[in-house]
Design a protein. Sequence first.
Length: 183
Amino acid sequence: MKIFKLTYGICIGAIGLLLTPYYCKAQSHSLGINMAMLAVGSVNFEFSKAISQKLTFHIPISWNPITFGNNKKIKHLMIQPGIRWWKWHSYSGYFGGANITAIQFNAGIKKFRYYGKGAGITLSAGYAKMISKKWNIEAEAGIYSGWISYDKYSRELCGDYQGSRQSFIFYPAKISLSLIYIM
């Protein structure tokens, strides 16, 4: 629970940072939508601000409230404030990123349903392609490293409790294909 309070505190500080004026000659803000997550029903957006010519600060948020038939679901609320270093200049070309990740989930696709939360760090890399003066297409992939805690149930509605687990894990994360509007 402390990690969630810390993450929310970082987000409040980040919002303050985003509202603080910085001088950048190029684009200074962006708003993006991860089309891959949107395709599976996750409402998401990512706001960012350039803090120098090669550094940008990002706040991606994702929420999926959908339960499919037969109690299949990938419900979650996730926030990943982070920073990116751009090889060429902000919002163009190759980049590397680091994010603090906090997630709460209730997911079940196959035989079991998992209800829990996690927090950790995601390291990622990607490429942003300028398609016009105001629009980019961006691809990104990364690896999450962190703590996860969940209760396991049979997938059916009100399924039987199967146990709990807490562990430190690594898994692919930040897999995105995004449409970005540059302001």
